[in-house]
Design a protein around this ligand. Structure first.
Ligand SMILES: Nc1ncnc2c1ncn2[C@@H]1O[C@H](COP(=O)(O)OP(=O)(O)O)[C@@H](O)[C@H]1O
Ligand code: SF4
Ligand SMILES: [Mg+2]
Length: 338
């Protein structure tokens, strides 16, 4: 395993930003990402606050359309031009929201990088694996091309690609799905990020490959000491690798806490529904899906966004949005019931 990867290339281009001591690696405060639509204001991310310590893995769970990808893209700073963003995303005490594009560009790769859901969209079909990794490294560091090539080889070894010398010369279409996602992970690690964002990194892969890629991510996190935020709609993924879990519904965090607490003692009806729907079915059993479908974010009900689908909703649930409150150390819940 290439332990020297972290120390061999010192000439990273460090962002010229004043890093201030901060309690957590990442602190998100009252983040809102909204769009003007014909139906009204759509808040894809609605008042999200969370923090992540160095070396932690946070899993964000939720159905499609709950704002998970939007949250990650905002942390990475690749937002649709029409998006209006408010609140703060602080990394090492530096607020990334509103930073000039050039500084964001430095931060991407070296502070934070992302593994997208579909490896084919992250890879360019007309370049070899080596060219793609080398270009990524050269864009973010001042090392020479020869050093970047050596680093590409290190990275392939790091993500356990067999016959890495040969694979460096391959084009993406010559590789299996699992292998391509490993290459994408290698590229995301190319500049030693402190924070890796992974947006449903295994969804496009078949089940046996999924498990291997997940284990790889967990091992890399331990070995490199990174923090990871992994977005998934699969509770099993969270159970396998996360330290902390945040459950998102309609743009908001509805429950968050340590993985064991959330998976063993879920308090929010939506979290409970997700867990039930995710239970691996026996032959005759079908997982129980949550009734109804996620709401139109531009037309949310006045009270709790989950009320129209909630089996235990009461009158007071429709009166106003419940606050996210701490119900036990580290466990937060947005529900009127206790
Ligand atoms: N450019 C955009 N303009 C308006 N709404 C958008 C735009 N991009 C995404 N959305 C909306 O933001 C919401 C959250 O999307 P997303 O973050 O992709 O959800 P998830 O990743 O949880 O499936 C969705 O309702 C989606 O329709
Ligand atoms: S606040 Fe009410 S409607 Fe919302 S999840 Fe809790 S019980 Fe259900
Ligand atoms: Mg998504």
């Amino acid at each position: 395993m290439s332990a020297p990867l972290l120390i061999r290339y010192k000439r990273e281009v460090a962002p010229k930003l004043e890093v201030v001591p901060a309690a957590s690696l990442l602190e998100i405060d009252h983040l809102v990402v909204e769009f003007k639509t014909r139906e009204g204001i759509l808040r894809a991310v609605n008042d999200v606050s969370l923090s992540l310590q160095s070396g932690q893995i946070l899993a964000i769970l939720g159905e499609s359309g709950s704002g998970k990808s939007m949250l990650l893209r905002t942390i990475l700073g690749i937002q649709a031009p029409a998006a209006r963003v408010s609140g703060e995303v602080r990394m090492r005490g530096v607020n990334l929201i509103g930073l000039p594009a050039s500084e964001r560009e430095h931060i991407r790769g070296s502070w934070v990088s992302m593994v997208f859901q579909n490896p084919m969209t992250a890879l360019d079909p007309v370049y070899t694996v080596e060219d793609q990794i080398v270009e990524t490294v050269l864009r973010h560091t001042t090392i020479t091309r020869a050093e970047a090539k050596a680093r590409a080889l290190d990275l392939l070894q790091l993500v356990h690609i067999p016959s890495p010398q040969e694979r460096l010369k391959a084009y993406p279409f010559e590789l299996s799905g699992g292998m391509r996602q490993r290459i994408v992970i290698a590229m995301a690690l190319a500049c030693n990020p402190s924070l890796l964002l992974a947006d449903e990194p295994t969804t496009a892969l078949d089940v046996t490959v999924q498990a291997r890629v997940l284990r790889l991510l967990r091992d890399l996190q331990r070995e490199l000491g990174m923090s990871v935020i992994i977005v998934t709609h699969d509770v099993g993924v969270a159970a396998e690798i996360a330290d902390e879990v945040a459950v998102m519904y309609a743009g908001r965090i509805v429950e968050a806490g340590p993985v064991a607490t959330i998976l063993r003692e879920p308090r929010h009806p939506y979290t409970r529904g997700l867990l039930q729907a995710n239970v691996r079915p026996r032959q005759t059993e079908r997982p129980e899906a949550i009734p109804g479908s996620p709401p139109n974010l531009a037309r949310l009900p006045r009270g709790c966004s989950f009320a129209p689908r909630c089996a235990v909703a009461e009158d007071r649930c429709w009166a106003g949005m419940p606050e996210l409150r701490t119900v036990s150390p580290g466990h937060q819940l947005r529900c009127v019931q206790s």
